[in-house]
Design a protein around this ligand. Structure first.
Ligand code: ADP
Ligand code: MG
Length: 232
């Protein structure tokens, strides 16, 4: 599903160049759910922005669903991003004046779907994330965990094959964080969407079937299978 080869990213500006990713190679299979952990500054968000086609690598290749992305034009990269990738962020990024339904329906505006069909589909996805009783609520009437459910529904409404979440539980209390992770696991099991969750929370990472650890811009460790005990 995702093949990353010899990926490097160097930020440059003001006469300085900062190497952030160094020759990173990683493969993630279809339907996998994995956590990416690692110290602050290790390059997790940079890696996610590159995978999500929000930024360009300095060197290397990212292949998504069998397509090399380095040679895509800006328009083709944007089309691929809108059709193949869903994003979830720590701070939800919901529009405050829109209801849950209209926040979730937003990405379908670019797909030529009528307003009533967009809303019907949004209601359906909100039911799938357990928010059928909050359809007409605006974000400030929702708890943090509920806002993140809205954001997850918005990410899924286009039926992406790759779901990228950067610290999705970073603004949540422990119980809400656990519930959101349970939702990611359940959605991954039913929809089969390949899912990458960046997290610094060891209890969140411990529940993921694959755990990739980054250090200094590269993969430091990569563990699969059930984790019985973890050290926090
Ligand atoms: P993480 O998400 O693991 O905390 P980041 O990918 O955000 O790490 O950042 C990795 C390193 O790259 C940090 O040292 C950060 O300061 C640097 N960095 C991130 N974005 C930029 C940028 N746009 N310009 C320059 N340096 C950056
Ligand atoms: Mg980060």
């Amino acid at each position: 599903m995702l093949n990353i080869r010899s990926l490097s990213k160097i930020y440059s500006g003001n006469g300085l160049s900062v190497p952030v990713l160094r020759n990173l190679t990683l493969s993630i299979g279809a339907r996998e759910l994995c956590a990416i952990t690692g110290p602050s500054g290790s390059g997790k968000t940079t890696l996610m922005n590159l995978i999500g086609l929000l930024d360009r690598p300095s060197a290397g290749e990212i292949e998504i669903a069998g397509r090399a992305t380095s040679s895509l034009s800006a328009d083709d990269a944007a089309n691929m991003r809108n059709s193949v990738i869903g994003f979830v962020f720590q701070s939800f990024h919901l529009l405050p004046r829109l209801t849950a339904v209209d926040n979730v329906a937003l990405p379908l505006i670019y797909c030529g779907v009528s307003l009533s069909a967009r809303r019907a589909r949004a209601r359906q996805v909100l039911r799938e994330v357990g928010l059928e009783s909050r359809l007409m609520h605006k974000p400030d009437m929702l708890s943090g965990g509920q806002r993140q459910r809205v954001a997850i529904a918005r990410a899924l409404i286009t039926q992406p094959s790759l779901l990228l979440a950067d610290e999705p539980t970073g603004n949540l209390d422990t119980q809400s964080a656990n519930e959101i992770l349970s939702l990611f696991l359940a959605l991954n099991a039913t929809l089969g969407t390949t899912t990458i969750i960046i997290t610094h929370d060891p209890t969140v990472a411990a529940r993921c079937p694959r755990r990739i650890v980054m250090r200094d811009g590269n993969i430091f460790d990569d563990n699969r299978g059930e984790l019985r005990r973890y050290v926090s």
